[in-house]
Design a protein around this ligand. Sequence first.
Ligand SMILES: [Zn+2]
Length: 61
Amino acid sequence: MAVPKQKKSKARTRQRRSEHDKVTAKNVNWCPSCGEEKLPHRVCLHCGTYKGRQVIGVVER
Ligand SMILES: [Zn+2]
């Protein structure tokens, strides 16, 4: 809601901003084939699979 600038206290402004400025945990899933952490809807960078298929080659270690 639009409110005249002078009416808002610093505390009010900071309370409002605290909601969208707060740090949230990064969204992570676990790869079903190797169990490593991976980003959702992305190829697993550890084993190179997506939806149970090998889609990219990975360097063997
Ligand atoms: Zn994997």
